[in-house]
Write a protein that binds this ligand. Sequence first.
Ligand code: NAD
Length: 420
Amino acid sequence: MPKLFTEAKKRLREAAVHMKFDPDVLEMLKYPKETLAASLLIRMDDGSRRSFKAWRCRYNDTRGPTKGGIRFYPAVNFDEVMTLAFWMTFKCAVVNLPFGGAKGGVAVNANELSKAELERLSRAYVKAFNSFIGPDRDIPAPDMYTNDMVMGWMADEYSAIVNQPSPAVITGKPLALGGSLGRTDATGRGGYLVIKHLERDLKIEPENTRVVIQGFGNVGFHCACLLHADGYKICGLSDSKMAIYDPAGMDPHAVHEHKSKTGSLSGAPTNGQAKEISNAELLESDCDLLIPAALENQITHINAANIQARVICELANGPITPAGDRILNKSGKIVIPDILANAGGVIVSYFEWVQNKAGYYWTLDDIHSRLKERIEPETRTVWNISLEKNIDMRTAAYIHSLERICTAVTAHGTKTFFST
Ligand code: NAD
């Protein structure tokens, strides 16, 4: 598998072909602005000590303080963190947030740690990176296997270090610590709003649309519930261990309840007779709308030709490789790209940061309507660019965000002094 970062940068070149592109910007976006690696040494419950590798990368801050989640996952590595930070740069620009891109990660299987060990690890992360992050510098948030509880511990640790409450340093916090209403389901809701907004363009009708979602975590679950409530038929769901598929459909709430009770999707209630299949089989199953909401690199040159869905909406970051993308585009599939489709999370994170800075808190209705107001026009612009230039939506989204980044670079720069 080619390195994720090398692959990710191909998207830039693909977009640059279609626009007037300042080479200074390409040079600037080639490498991250700064990265920090650390080893987090914590005390385990049995008294032993264990080290975990950790990273934080601030990719680009031309448009504002950097923003991006922290991922706790065994396979996390520097290449992945840097790539995710690169994607965050474009995601923030595509939905016009005054932020640059960042990301963090710890190589750990969070499920193997006790709650106390997880808290020590979360606090150790902030101790190691406290001078790198900051409310006007770099603002973390949750990502895979981190949640509001972890964000709460991290905000508390940072506040202790700087000796004053500092809620704006991190988003996705519990409500009691300055979190925002509507943050938990924001990414799934953003994806739902994007699909809903494009329904007519994509020629989809909820009641005739069979949906398959890979990954039944925070993002996958909330998006499934919103689509289900709207009349879409949820036919397939998966977690890291297995997938279930039932053409007669299923209620994601009931599946979630079953998984919470038993720890497994196996035997979950569905409308008919569910088949238990692998994650790989789920991606290729018969459906109209496929939503990858788990990991990177799930649809590649190996399986892209077998994807049956006509529309693929990327709620995970980077679930389709450039080679997989080319095959999907050639066969007329429509891919709604991650930097737009999963931007709901960072949009509501931005709302949380604004509320923390202002010390004034919005209602849930405010959050929902502001999220809709922000994501719909950007979706429309991306869709229109793709129509005007006859290109895929991903390239259109990169063009849209690159134009904003280029404008900011030019506004910062002094190039004209040298070229006269
Ligand atoms: P989560 O930890 O809540 O859920 C992850 C899901 O992926 C779980 O269902 C897990 O079982 C499944 N999974 C793990 N390993 C898998 C494997 N090998 N094969 C198939 N499934 C596997 O995480 P989340 O917050 O829902 O994030 C999911 C994706 O969405 C990630 O790519 C993340 O970067 C992206 N994302 C999340 C947010 C957010 O606000 N949480 C925002 C933007 C993007």
